[in-house]
Design a protein around this ligand. Structure first.
Ligand SMILES: N[C@@H](CCC(=O)N[C@@H](CS)C(=O)NCC(=O)O)C(=O)O
Length: 210
């Protein structure tokens, strides 16, 4: 049994989607970051960086923060969605790290400047949107001729998809990135993705491109 501490954000949804896809039993604990619950001392004990998501594995008492580390841990624990060794494993980790270092931080900045502070910082809007277009193009190229990011469905897909699900916030037209659109829609139809999207609570339907 896994205790999942999460909120309704892309980083949180990565882990609930992964748990659903892996079929691991878990209990959801909502940490409302709008109410600053991430700074509570009891949460800091398992997530010293005061950010969601975090997990505690009740099988061994281990706690873990950072969504990328959590996805690797869960995949290794259940032997799914991450090859055990060889090039196939490192390809998945390569795209997982690409998400952690690029997609997450850069699209996060797009949300701040383009959605929440539109018109207040044109330099930042231009800088992060340009980077977003570049990252979407990279993903589109990688998905050319591949159903999933590294051929077989993996934690790399699960880490990227919740960020792409905010394409409307990012003012991205998915029709400009046809491989990304096809992959996004394929994943949106997976029951595990749909269930994981609603943790810790449902706030909206999964956005679908026109
Ligand atoms: N690199 C971290 C990022 C986690 C993160 O930024 N979480 C956000 C929600 S998506 C958060 O907890 N924000 C709370 C805050 O900014 O105080 C991960 O991937 O787990």
């Amino acid at each position: 049994m896994i205790d999942l501490y999460t909120w309704t954000t892309p980083n949180g949804r990565k882990v609930s989607i992964a748990l659903e896809e892996m079929g691991l039993p878990y209990t959801v604990h909502a940490v409302d970051i709008g109410k600053e619950e991430q700074f509570k001392p009891e949460f800091l004990k398992i997530s010293p960086n005061n950010r969601i998501p975090a997990i505690v594995d009740r099988d061994n008492g281990m706690s873990l923060m950072e969504s990328g580390a959590i996805l690797i841990y869960l995949a290794d624990k259940c032997g799914k969605l991450l090859p055990k060794s060889g090039e196939a494993r490192y390809r998945v980790l390569e795209w997982l790290m690409w998400q952690m270092g690029g997609i997450g931080p850069m699209l996060g900045q797009v949300h701040h400047f383009v959605k929440y502070h539109k018109g207040k910082a044109p330099y930042a809007e231009e800088r992060y949107l340009k980077e977003a277009y570049r990252l979407y193009s990279v993903l589109n190229n990688q998905l050319e001729g591949r159903e999933y990011v590294v051929n077989d469905y993996s934690i790399a897909d699960i880490s990227i998809w919740p960020w792409i699900s905010r394409f409307e916030w990012q003012t991205i037209d998915l029709n400009q990135y046809p491989n990304v659109k096809r992959w996004y829609v394929t994943m949106a139809k997976r029951p595990g993705v749909q269930r994981g999207y609603e943790a810790p609570k449902k706030v909206n339907e999964i956005p679908m491109p026109a």
